[in-house]
Ligand binder design. Structure first.
Ligand SMILES: [Cu+2]
Length: 109
């Protein structure tokens, strides 16, 4: 009888294990920040591609997004791009989570 109970327990454990494993990815996804996060950063304009609608910034770390300092491209509206010059230091708002991050506002650093 003891042996039979032990076997039954093992069977139940085996049946329960896959369900527990299947829940892990859902929990991990729920822990991730939602798409479309916004943050503020500072950086220097490295290059401008007005036709392509992008600006390359050498930006300082942005802890809110978990980004170290780096040089990278951002999308930006033509009206924003028109205000920028290569070598200019700027403070900016960035929205990311929908492909290429986008500069949504430029402020004085
Ligand atoms: Cu970056």
């Amino acid at each position: 009888m003891i042996l039979r109970t032990a076997v039954l327990s093992l069977v139940l454990l085996a049946a329960a294990a896959p369900a527990a494993l299947a829940q892990a990815p859902a929990d991990a996804a729920a822990a991730q920040p939602p798409a479309g996060r916004t943050a503020q950063g500072t950086g220097v304009v490295a290059s401008i591609d007005a036709a392509g609608g992008t600006v390359q910034l050498k930006h300082d770390p942005i802890p809110a997004l978990g980004w170290p300092s780096m040089t990278m491209d951002f999308k930006a509206a033509p009206a924003l791009i028109a205000k920028l010059k290569v070598g200019q230091k700027i403070a900016f708002d960035v929205s990311e989570g929908h492909g290429v991050p986008e500069i949504t506002a430029i402020r004085k650093p």
